[in-house]
Design a protein. Structure first.
Lengths: 508, 147
């Protein structure tokens, strides 16, 4: 306990420096803007800022604080458009539309906004306490991991990510494998052999992950925006009277907020589950739980509990997903994968030793998460109108802005035309893959983890001189394989069960 | 061409073949370890190939068709972004951004006047913000002698 307090005071010492406070404020603000803009989510915002933060020469702790603030800010921002115009600002805010928009239609838009800001805050707070309490233990435990354990851990991360992501896990597997193959481009560190470089000097060091991420998330997104614009998506803004939620509404939703937060935290810690899955599960869970107890519940027609639970879960999971990144070096979500890539630009490899070697970085980040959340809560209640007015930025100004910022970022990293061209090519491929419902997160995870995964596999097999049994010899490995099988088979079985139940309901 | 899971599967099979073709010859001249540089890429090629096979066999899930006229505009947008990539270093950030922003703006429904003013102010504003204030160096290109 006292160790935790020591660590936190170290963290607050870092976070309360003038630059870091300012950076947290700017990050929260920028993140909220990115979250509000439909189509742009936390991953896009963080991806656009990574190269710029690096090129500006920000020290690693400041850069990480900036990116983390953007991440949390975007999770706050995403709910604004969900509630006001029924368009989720980012993927994790989809569930917020279900009860948020009906509330806005009933003239309770501002109440819904302030209440969901509160739920988001509570969710983040619970997750931050969770990080401070559990992360050091997990890191301690992970110190004993050898290459075989790491390899299996990464397999588990991919299993969790792909099976929880969508209807078609096979596309997740394909996306992950493509991402991993992108990571094999370049000189092989062990043997010096050039792989898939085709004598192009720019490819000798591999394809920079910034290029891949900006292509997949910025360029592809702009093409998607153009398509959406041409299919004519319209917006309408409803009126609203009372500003703040009252005590009765707070009491009504507090249970849902706490349950959503706890569930979200657990989901966030699992590598791969992430905020969008957490908010969906929290909503479904809460709906079932409340409807059993309270016949007056009107989920889907503007029940505040249906707003509070997914918002709390969403933010709690986003914050919780820092745990696997910081302690194991395995990102818990697409966005933390991008952040981990940012750390590697600084030659910092996240993992269990991070807590020992860079305590200021880790605890500064944790303290900054808390500060950013307080800032966001304060910012969000009076400034909601300001953020909502962002929606009136016309596409003809917004899209060129995104394009310019993305290109500035890529150019800042490498200063070559080749990389800019590569961004466009990857963007077009990414756009087509998205149309085919390929999930992007496993691909990013693959690019970020590729080298590490291969290195650990080869190292493990070197130990036993090629005997593959080392991959399941230790207890930790066995447990991880069992967990991996569980996350793959669990949702599959659940889906089968749900299908059977639905069939029974329709056929009386 | 129809975009559906079968198209995706075929693409995956082609990628798998590509990876295998250029990967099977990867050998280290001399080696200390049992697993060389070839194993991991070939493993991935196998996984991609199996996924592709499954998608080809199963098919279905056609992608939602774009509204009429959208494809040509999306192609135009891609062309503009490529032009931007080509001009960025050569012509310089300010000029490239002003011109391409104006054209991209047109695609998103702005008038020539709006896009012209918007593109120019955007490029100058970003140049001052990033290059002068934030120390992110941007190429000046053709304007090099003037500024």
């Amino acid at each position: 306990m006292s160790a935790m307090l020591d660590n936190l005071s170290l963290g607050f010492g870092v976070a309360f420096s003038g630059t870091n406070l300012l950076v947290a404020l700017i990050g929260s603000f920028f993140g909220t803007i990115v979250g509000v803009l439909p189509g742009l989510g936390p991953t896009n915002g963080v991806a656009m800022l990574v190269p710029i933060a690096f090129a500006m020469g920000l020290p690693p702790d400041t850069a990480l604080i900036l990116l983390a603030a953007v991440y949390v800010g975007a999770e706050y921002g995403g709910r604004i458009t969900s509630i006001l115009i029924n368009v989720p600002g980012e993927a994790a805010a989809v569930m917020t539309t279900l009860d948020g928009y009906p509330l806005a239609r009933q003239g309770l838009g501002s109440v819904a906004l302030s209440l969901s800001a509160w739920s988001s805050f509570v969710g983040s707070l619970i997750a931050i306490v969770g990080i401070a309490a559990f992360a050091p233990f997990l890191a301690q435990w992970a110190l004993a991991f050898g290459p075989a354990e790491y390899f299996v851990l990464m397999v588990f991360a991919f299993c969790a990510l792909t099976s929880l992501l969508g209807e078609q896990p096979i596309k997740g597997v394909l996306a992950a494998a493509i991402g991993l193959s992108i990571a094999t481009i370049g000189v092989d560190a062990n043997s010096g052999v050039y792989r898939y470089t085709f004598d192009i000097p720019h490819l000798a060091d591999g394809l920079d992950f910034v290029v891949v991420v900006i292509g997949l998330f910025a360029v592809a997104e702009m093409l998607q925006m153009l398509e959406n614009k041409l299919s004519g998506q319209s917006v309408e803004v409803p009126p609203s009277q009372r500003k703040l939620f009252n005590l009765r509404e707070l009491r009504l939703t507090s249970g849902s907020t706490i349950r959503g937060s706890l569930l979200g935290f657990v989901m966030g810690v699992l590598p791969g589950a992430g905020a969008s899955v957490a908010s969906a599960v929290a909503y479904a869970n809460e709906k079932r739980y409340i409807e059993d107890k309270d016949p007056d519940a009107k989920f889907g027609q503007g029940d505040m509990r249906g707003l509070a639970a997914p918002e709390a879960a969403n933010n709690s999971a986003a914050t919780g997903s820092f745990i696997p990144m910081l302690t194991l070096g395995i990102p818990g979500s697409g966005t933390t994968a991008v952040m981990m890539g940012a750390l590697t630009l600084y030659n910092i490899t996240p993992g269990p030793v991070l807590f020992e070697q860079q305590p200021a970085l880790v605890w500064g980040l944790i303290a900054s998460l808390l500060i950013a959340n307080v800032m966001l809560l304060v910012m969000n209640i009076p400034m909601v109108r300001v953020f909502a007015s962002l929606l009136s930025i016309p596409g003809w100004l917004l899209v060129p802005g995104i394009l310019a910022i993305s290109f500035i970022g890529v150019y800042a990293i490498s200063a070559t035309t080749f990389d800019l061209m590569a961004v466009v090519a990857i963007g077009v491929i990414g756009y087509l893959l998205r149309k085919l419902q390929m999930p992007m997160a496993p691909m990013v995870l693959g690019v970020v983890l590729g080298t590490m995964m291969e290195q650990n596999l080869r190292r493990a097999l070197s130990i036993t001189n090629g005997d593959v049994t080392i991959l399941w010899a230790s207890t930790v490995c066995t447990i991880l394989w069992v967990l991996a099988a569980a996350v793959v088979l669990g949702p599959m079985g659940y889906r089968q069960l749900a299908k059977r139940r639905r069939a029974q309901e329709t056929a009386p | 061409m129809v975009l559906n899971d079968r198209t995706l599967g075929v693409a995956a099979l082609l990628l798998s073949a590509f990876l295998a073709w250029f990967g099977h010859g990867l050998e280290a001249a001399f080696t200390y370890e049992p697993v060389g540089p070839r194993a991991f890429p070939l493993l991935l090629a196998t996984v991609i190939g199996l996924c592709g096979l499954r998608l080809v066999v199963k098919g279905g899930n056609p992608a939602a068709p774009n509204p009429p006229g959208a494809n040509s505009r999306i192609a135009l947008m891609v062309a503009l972004v490529l032009v931007y990539a080509g001009l960025f270093q050569w012509a310089g950030f300010v000029l490239a951004t002003a011109v391409v922003s104006a054209c991209v703006g047109r695609l998103f429904g702005g008038s020539w006047l709006q896009c012209g003013i918007g593109g120019t102010s955007l490029s100058v504003l970003f140049y001052v913000l990033f290059d002068r204030l934030l120390d992110v160096v941007l190429p000046l290109g053709w304007l090099e002698g003037l500024l």
